[in-house]
Design a protein. Structure first.
Length: 230
């Protein structure tokens, strides 16, 4: 799509063997190279992914979501993939939404799958999590003077040139701060960025990645980004 390149889809995993068949089946309608970045799963995630035709990059131990994205996106860039989609393996990001992100990516540099624009939403969330997520996006939006509604989501489609330009290896933030920082960098480079509504379905199996530690990290990283960009 767009530019005639092959689409890449980067998916970090840790013990997602139960979710991968549904996820990869859903993505099979898209002509894409799927890169699974696995952090030493012990439930057979790697075998399941390879059986289903994905390329697995095995890191051997839990090193964190942000560094998994940096690793996978770096490999996707080396492979010449374009556009490059980032998404979670836990089915909170729905495979059926990917084609809409890719269609939009034909015309812009970065597409944000957004829960907080008209038509977007969430399922299976406690009110406290919804408030925390909305507050996190609002906080970053205000402090960094960004026009986007959903800054903490990890469901995005990037043009390779933009991803190259934001200098991924120099990013040190984890969790939601990583999502804010990558979008902030793209915005500062005057990339064209568009939000597409998605419905985020909270994971039904396994452990949520959300924690107060991640939220607190975002709270101090965001002012630092503002200070650095001065």
């Amino acid at each position: 799509m767009g530019g005639g390149g092959m689409t890449g889809i980067v998916i970090p995993t840790f013990n997602e063997a139960d979710n991968l068949p549904t996820l990869l089946e859903g993505l099979s309608v898209i002509d894409a190279t799927i890169l699974i970045i696995d952090d030493g799963s012990t439930d057979g995630t790697q075998d399941v992914a390879e059986e289903l035709g994905a390329t697995v990059i095995q890191r051997g131990k839990k090193l964190g979501l942000a560094s998994a994205y940096v690793k996978g996106m770096g490999v996707a860039l080396e492979m010449g993939l374009d556009p490059i989609v980032q998404m979670d393996a836990d089915l909170s990001h729905q495979p059926s939404d990917v084609p809409r992100l890719l269609t939009m990516a034909q015309n812009v540099d970065l597409v944000l799958g957004s829960r907080w624009v008209d038509g977007g939403g969430i399922e299976n969330w406690e009110t406290s999590r919804e408030l925390l997520s909305k507050f996190g996006s609002g906080y970053a939006r205000t402090l960094l003077s960004l026009p986007y509604r959903d800054l903490t989501g990890g469901f995005k489609a990037w043009r390779a040139a933009t991803l190259q330009e934001i200098d991924l290896p120099s990013i040190r933030s984890e969790g939601y701060a990583f999502q804010v920082e990558t979008t902030h960098r793209a915005h500062r480079l005057r990339a064209s960025i568009q939000e597409v509504p998605i419905v985020f379905a909270d994971r039904l199996a396994g452990q949520s990645k959300m924690s107060w530690g991640i939220a607190i990290e975002a709270a101090w990283v965001v002012p630092m980004l503002r200070w650095r960009s001065r």
